[in-house]
Design a binder for this molecule. Structure first.
Ligand SMILES: Nc1nc2c(c(=O)[nH]1)N[C@H]1C(S)=C(S)[C@@H](COP(=O)(O)O)O[C@H]1N2
Ligand SMILES: [Mo]
Length: 311
């Protein structure tokens, strides 16, 4: 299915998006889990019965960030460390066709095109908060499918304990990769039960359209209860393994960026507090919520774990 990308020249992206939702319904996009979709209230539309994201949410309601905000304020070090420079530097980056290779401890390894994946797995809309470890946040309407569906089809063997993800390495097209400051390619990992959680999404679109290059197209991970750096962009390799994978950020600064990286207002970054955050587009800071507000869905994953040690 091809859904047109909303051009960033749209003056009122949120309004355009609201009408596009009817188009998406016609195109067969499955509305995401009701509890999640109901929570984010598009700006200017605040029905009296507006559902809060959950009982722990701060009093102000969550509002969708605009398409322009989402695609012009990005962390994507393969291009640049300047958040507002990613969009222009990535404008010619080719995101389609795109292949992902799945290997390691699985019965059915293989190479899959994003086109085939999105034909096989119905796209769902999932409106999630994204909380960067740098203490800013957004609300983003993703299109994608649960990673669990793909994992179930490739059948991890009983020895598989972790999932490792790798970003494309293409220094000629990604100027940041020419700098040796970072150990490219970007890599990330999840424990297999985290990877199988229904919230864990492989996203191929946002705001009802294709996934822009700066947002991680061809395909990216979205793990909404963890700091944004876990949500790795432009994935070309997924590997099932029995070893906890090295991640780019924990390789560079293990005392600052752990493997788990769960959003946690009670565990500060060594250089700043994580108790509050700045929602892009808002003036006042908000309190940060445990697991970014997704405790009901994910806290069971960490029963009995010391989240200060396993940061
Ligand atoms: N390959 C890759 N993935 C990445 C990053 C990156 O630099 N490279 N930045 C991460 C960080 S720190 C955040 S906060 C999110 C930002 O996603 P967004 O730009 O779509 O908001 O992407 C994450 N995924
Ligand atoms: Mo981030």
């Amino acid at each position: 299915m091809k859904i047109p990308l909303i051009p960033s020249s749209e003056i009122t992206p949120k309004q355009a998006y609201l009408s596009r939702r009817d188009f998406m319904k016609a195109a067969g996009v499955v509305a995401g889990s009701v509890a999640l979709v109901a929570c984010a209230v598009p700006a200017g539309k605040t029905p009296p019965s507006a559902t809060k994201i959950d009982s722990q949410a701060p009093s102000a309601e969550d509002v969708l960030n605009s398409f322009d905000e989402i695609t012009n304020y990005n962390n994507y070090y393969e291009f640049t460390t300047d958040k507002q420079g990613v969009a222009s530097l990535s404008k010619d980056f080719v995101t389609s066709p795109w292949d992902v290779e799945i290997s390691g401890m699985v019965n059915n390894p293989g190479k899959f095109s994003v086109d085939d994946l999105t034909k096989k797995y119905p796209l769902e809309e999932r409106i999630y908060r994204l909380r960067c470890v740098e203490a800013w946040s957004m609300v983003i309407p993703w299109l994608g499918f649960p990673l669990a569906k793909l994992l179930n089809d490739v059948e991890p063997t009983s020895s598989a304990k972790y999932v490792r993800f790798e970003t494309i390495y293409k220094p000629d097209d990604m100027p940041g990769q020419k700098q040796s400051t970072y150990p490219w390619p970007y890599q990330e990992g999840l424990r297999i039960d985290e990877a199988m959680n229904d919230l864990t999404l492989l996203a191929t679109g946002l705001y009802g359209g294709e996934l822009p290059a700066q947002s991680g197209g061809g395909i990216r991970l979205v793990v909404p209860w963890k700091y944004g750096f876990k949500s790795i962009k432009a994935i070309v390799k997924i590997e099932l393994t029995d070893q906890q994978p090295a991640t780019m950020w924990s390789t560079i600064a293990p005392n600052e960026y752990g493997f788990y990286a769960n959003v946690n207002p009670f565990v500060d970054h060594p250089r700043w507090s994580q108790a509050s955050e700045r929602r892009i587009g808002e003036f006042n800071r908000r309190d940060t919520i445990m697991f970014n507000g997704y405790s009901d869905q994910v806290s069971y994953l960490y029963d009995g774990m010391d989240l200060k040690k396993n940061y």
